[in-house]
Design a protein around this ligand. Structure first.
Ligand code: SF4
Ligand code: ZN
Ligand code: ZN
Length: 340
């Protein structure tokens, strides 16, 4: 996708393919130029189709939306909020304050504002208050990379919150470029079984894990950014201070964008074929005979023995924090329905 400022000169005064108004985006793979309102409709339709395919928009379903304050969660929140009115499902936002100083404070303000403007209640959890130390300090004590600890802590707390809130889904803001980059990285490592979890939705495991939903599965990074801008949803432009300089995913995204310019449609075709082939990867994962297990310490999902979160916090903080986090979330869940 190109915004019209990027393509000016090549496509002067382009018009919307649907209504003839001035276009803001050209989408070569769909052979479309779109005005703001038809562009927004284009993105919302992609989100709606993904939700319908996984059976998510039932009336009364509760979706916990992970809102980081970035562009993708902003776009996802606004698109879901519009669809929730149409389909009658309920949204609850969740924001985790990672404890990275001014960046985290700005992220929190932005996430709360985005939820408020969409009329979605927002649960805010400070990692430092919940665990006694911010993410980077836990990582230092555990002698692990900050991003790996951050990912583990976020996944655990968001899943635990979804279990306590009796949510049907946790919506994550992974866009199509993220999913392409993760799955190609998994392929490079020949970790084919993990690709099974990278579809538009995973399955719930009763009492242990809540299904993850990726509403932006077919929405590219550029489309997500433009949608967030056009919908006026607040989002933070700053990058996390702990973001690795050139993670392999970033390099894959750049290469795929170059390929997309030469062969429009290569990304969307990949993501759709990936979805249609997920059963193959699921079969590979099943061959491993992995059975979901219960962490003996906190009672949530584990791949065997104590879960990663309880092991991490035992090592870095002197005690496993799973049971404490679950207690805290149970109390918060009781107040969850209140608007932010
Ligand atoms: Fe966490 Fe920042 Fe790493 Fe993202 S870049 S996983 S927010 S530490
Ligand atoms: Zn139009
Ligand atoms: Zn545990």
């Amino acid at each position: 996708m190109e915004t019209m400022s990027q393509s000016s000169g090549r496509q002067a005064a382009a018009r919307c393919s649907i209504c003839g108004a001035p276009a803001v985006a050209r989408i070569p793979y769909a052979r479309l130029s779109l005005c703001p309102s038809h562009f927004m409709e284009f993105v919302e339709r992609k989100v709606e189709r993904v939700l319908r395919r996984v059976g998510a928009p039932r009336r009364g379903a509760r979706i916990l939306v992970a809102v980081s304050g970035g562009k993708d969660s902003a776009a996802m929140l606004t698109a879901l909020s519009k669809l929730s009115k149409l389909y009658g499902f309920e949204l609850v936002g969740i924001h985790l304050v990672l404890g990275f100083g001014a960046y985290s404070e700005k992220s929190r303000e932005t996430a709360e504002k985005a939820c408020r403007e969409n009329g979605v209640p927002c649960i805010v959890i400070s990692i430092e208050e919940a665990l006694g130390a911010p993410v980077h300090v836990i990582a230092r004590r555990a002698r692990r990379p900050v991003c790996s600890v951050c990912g583990l802590v976020k996944r655990y707390i968001i899943n635990a919150a979804a279990v306590e809130l009796r949510a049907d889904y946790v919506a994550m803001g992974h866009n199509a470029d993220d999913i392409i980059a993760y799955t190609l990285k998994l392929f490079l490592n020949q970790d084919l079984e993990s690709i099974a979890k990278m579809g538009p939705a995973t399955e719930s495991i009763e009492g242990l894990a809540v299904a993850r939903l990726r509403p932006l599965y077919e929405v590219t990074e550029r489309e997500s950014l433009l949608y967030a801008l056009l919908s006026n949803t607040p989002f933070l432009h700053d990058e996390c201070p702990y973001r690795p300089v050139a993670p392999i995913e970033q390099r894959i995204k750049e290469s795929m964008n170059r390929l997309e310019e030469e062969h429009p449609g290569v990304k969307i075709n990949y993501i759709r074929r990936l979805e249609s082939r997920l059963t193959v990867y699921k079969r590979l994962a099943a061959e491993k005979e992995w059975k979901p297990q219960k962490c003996p310490t906190c009672g949530l999902l584990s791949s065997g023995g104590e879960c990663g979160f309880c092991r991490l916090t035992r090592r870095a903080l002197g005690e496993p924090k799973g049971p404490h986090v679950r207690r805290l979330l149970r109390e918060l869940a009781a107040k969850a329905a209140r608007p932010a």
